[in-house]
Design a protein around this ligand. Sequence first.
Ligand SMILES: Nc1nc2c(ncn2[C@@H]2O[C@H](COP(=O)(O)OP(=O)(O)OP(=O)(O)O)[C@@H](O)[C@H]2O)c(=O)[nH]1
Ligand SMILES: [Mg+2]
Length: 252
Amino acid sequence: MLAVKHAFECVTLSVLAHLVPLPSRLLSKKAAVQTKDEFNSKVKTACQEQRTGTVGFKIAKVIVVGDLAVGKTCLINRFCKDAFDKNYKATIGVDFEMERFEVLGVPFSLQLWDTAGQERFKCIASTYYRGAQTIVIVFDVNDVASLRHARQWLEDALKENDPTNVQLFLVGTKKDLSSPAQYSQIEQDAIKLAEEIKAEYWALSSLTGENVREFFFRVASLAFEVNVLAELEKSGSRHIGDVISECTAVHC
Ligand SMILES: Nc1nc2c(ncn2[C@@H]2O[C@H](COP(=O)(O)OP(=O)(O)OP(=O)(O)O)[C@@H](O)[C@H]2O)c(=O)[nH]1
Ligand SMILES: [Mg+2]
């Protein structure tokens, strides 16, 4: 059996927890890691009472998309391997990493799909978009064009997925390369876009590691929460269904 790599209870890490997207004015780098520190109470209770159904066996699919060389692979490698490569090696098609978490005592895994940004590999990469629970759109905070292209990446990813059923993140990388003045300019545009597409905005650096861990924990906790809530809803409706069929059986 694979060992759990990341175990967390939300009370200790304030980044881990809430379902509703952050209010836009809080979407700056700092605010994103200082959000509410509570999981949904139904989710907490279900975890305490071990009523999370099949969630412990579930794997959430996360696709990471965005222009070439914005830093998608580095982001995943920083989190999964705590490594950073300053030489650019284009991803060909897709790469894949699996990360195991324990959230509120329940095992949970993220399947991270690192897709190619280069146009010539886009066709292969897009065949892996389907079935994503989370879409991470990456841009480089030093490259305005990569932010402009974010909408197109989202559109492509949504063609293969149900827009009402995915969580969106807009992630600005390479924060270490920008001055505070430069950064605050692009941040405004990024926040505006994040609001429009209903994504949560994060800025980070894979070189320094700033915000990387917090970001993935946040992705894992939101995906987990959604899964548990869906499971509770399913078991709730099953119970109602059982009652109805029992009633029909005895003609009540
Ligand atoms: N300074 C700095 N450089 C970064 C950061 N993230 C990535 N890079 C550099 O940016 C270049 C591209 O990074 P990748 O992660 O390979 O980019 P990618 O988005 O996976 O590119 P494709 O696979 O072609 O789509 C590499 O030279 C990295 O070293 C960062 O946070 N800071
Ligand atoms: Mg890559």
